[in-house]
Structures are given as structure tokens and as C-alpha cells.
Design a protein around this ligand. Sequence first.
Ligand SMILES: C[S@@+](CC[C@H](N)C(=O)[O-])C[C@H]1O[C@@H](n2cnc3c(N)ncnc32)[C@H](O)[C@@H]1O
Length: 233
Amino acid sequence: MGWKATVLTLFPEMFPGPLGVSLAGQARAKGAWSLDVQDIRTHGIGKHRAVDDTPAGGGPGMVMRADVAAAAVDAARRENDHRPAIYLSPRGKPLDQNRVRRLSEGSGVVLVCGRFEGLDQRVIDARDLEEVSVGDFVLAGGEISAMALIEACVRLLPGVLGNEESPEDESFAHGLLEYPQYTRPAIFEGRPIPDVLSSGHHGEIARWRREQAEILTKERRPDLWALYERSRG
Ligand SMILES: C[S@@+](CC[C@H](N)C(=O)[O-])C[C@H]1O[C@@H](n2cnc3c(N)ncnc32)[C@H](O)[C@@H]1O
């Protein structure tokens, strides 16, 4: 049994979308992971399969019904299914590479994609859904967030990245953003590749890269920089 992502959505036609091409698509074709997309509307109420209703207490928009969402979650999770059930939500804990790594080490995820004003709080509580955000901005639905989470996990599954693309070396692996990358041509619009990278001196190159990673992290992500400094004691 490989890593499995179950996605509950009102727009199943959005999948696999970008997950069907390139690295994730090839890994799925090889059987490294599988995707199960479930249409929440099949659990809708009545002739029109209603999935939403007006917010209790008034206000704009519509809210996804707790009974409909709960039925979708229950249908997706079999007995002995220990995969975490995650509701993609701007109110959630921000997704980071540590969480992605832990999720990729498990057996998969069940992802609930919201629409409208989101899910009725009672289904979040009753099904113990973990709220996860992909950033401090509001999307129209959870599908693109679900795709981002899945792609981030899938690329860490054993055998998915080639040896030459080790995740050990990239942004966040050591609490720093990645150093700048260069390739041919040697000079682009008058801008040369930094000399050290052509020196063949591995120690110097490693030192330069570390310095650059530190400079970038300090400039762009004071939050990460503070954690990094703390971890160095
Ligand atoms: C328009 S949003 C609802 C926003 C909600 N009313 C609020 O203010 O927190 C609809 C759905 O998009 C998804 N979504 C929007 N922004 C997201 C984010 N930053 N991270 C994860 N999911 C998001 C969630 O599934 C959410 O239920």
C-alpha cells in the first residue's frame, strides 16, 4: 500500500490537474502514490443535492453543511484508516516543510476542500479535522491548497526525487532559504557567475553557499532567521 491522498471536493474535475504531470504525475504512474477524489455533492440533501445553507446569525455568503461534509468524511475513511483528516482553511496552522515531511512519512492524507464561507464548525469539531493553511491569503476554495500539500508530500516519497535532487540541500532543510543557483551561459547580459562557483574548490563553494543562504534568510525571513540563530545556541 503506497501513500494515498483522498480529496473531498465539490469540484472533482479539478483533479488530478497539475498533479497529473511532471514529477507527481510520473510518481503516480509508477504507483508511488495514489489519488482518490470524492465528490462531496453525492452526499448532498434532497433532489438538488444541496451542500450549503445560509449562515446562522446572518451575514453574507453560504456555509457548507455539517451533515453533508461529515457524510463525505465518513465515506472516505475506512476502518483502520489512520491518515490525518485535514481541512484546508485560511484559519489553519500554516503548512511548513516539517509538517510536509511528517505527512509524507505516514500512509497519506484525507483532505477536505471548503468552498463558500467554509465548513460549519460542528463538523470540524465532530470529525476532529486539523485545519491547515497554505498562507495568509484567502483562496476561493481548498482545491489549490490541497494540490500544493499533496505535491509537497509526494516529492519527498522514497524514490520520487532522483539522487541528484536531494531534498537535504533545499530551502528549509536546515532552517535556511536556499542559496542562489546559476548555470550556463557563463555570462548573461554582462552578469558573470560568481568566481567561487567555477573554482572547483568544494570547501569554498560550500562556505559561500552557506553565507548566501544566511544573508537571504536574514533579509527575507526574520522569523526563520530568529529560529535558526536560536538553534545554533
Ligand atoms: C473563501 S474561503 C473561506 C474563507 C473563510 N470565510 C475565512 O474568512 O476564513 C473558501 C475555502 O477556501 C479554502 N481556502 C481559502 N484560503 C485558504 C488558505 N489560505 N489555505 C487553505 N485553504 C484555503 C478553504 O477550504 C475555505 O473553506
